[in-house]
Design a protein around this ligand. Structure first.
Ligand code: MN3
Length: 200
């Protein structure tokens, strides 16, 4: 069965004023959709066609000959995950076990934000910043292009897309402002907490 572009978990104007309707229109409707269409075209008629998205990502991550499939499959996964990492009136404070783990691992939410922002702004060129669970510990990582934590034995908890197409219409070249806005006004901490809970 062909992969489909999942609908956004909020209306196109749901993240305004922090992320514009126009950014979501292009980023979801054009960029994300193109990855879905490319993936379907590339796996059609191959054994990968019947596999889940996660299986395709893991199976192709270290196979240079399948880099094209990996790039598109991972970008489909990354974007679907990214949309769920945000919500209207997001940001604020994490709660419960997640808040405790952030306190323990980073020394508090503000320090977590500083470190996440540092990773996001120092990813040279296109890529992603992540909060992951790795060996039972919270870690901040960054990956280039389509790479993601799935194939590295880590559980993704939160991500921010730092490809220019994620912020250029709203912030132009100001990636640090985009990441700060993401952390302060867009993060869906309930989704992050759910990912942490599901990892145990
Ligand atoms: Mn993107």
């Amino acid at each position: 069965m062909a992969f489909e572009l999942p609908p956004l978990p909020y209306p196109l104007d749901g993240l305004q004023p922090h992320m514009s309707l126009r950014t979501l229109e292009f980023h979801h409707g054009k960029h994300h959709k193109a990855y879905v269409d490319n993936l379907n075209r590339m796996v059609k008629g191959t054994p990968l066609e019947s596999q889940s998205l996660e299986e395709i990502v893991k199976a192709t991550a270290k196979d240079e000959a399948k880099a094209g499939i990996f790039n598109n499959a991972a970008q489909v996964w990354n974007h679907t995950f990214f949309w769920n990492c945000m919500k209207p009136r997001g940001g604020g404070q994490p709660a419960g076990e997640l808040a405790r783990q952030i306190q323990r691992s980073f020394g508090g939410l503000d320090k977590f934000k500083d470190e996440f922002k540092q990773a996001a702004t120092t990813q040279f060129g296109s890529g992603w910043a992540w909060l992951v669970l790795d060996g039972g510990k919270l870690k901040i990582t960054k990956t280039p292009n389509a790479a993601n934590p799935l194939s590295q034995g880590q559980t993704a908890l939160l991500t921010c897309d730092v490809w220019e197409h994620a912020y250029y219409l709203d912030f132009q070249n100001r990636r640090p402002d985009f990441v700060q806005t993401f952390l302060d006004h867009l993060v869906n901490w309930d989704f992050v907490a759910k990912n942490l809970g599901g990892a145990k």
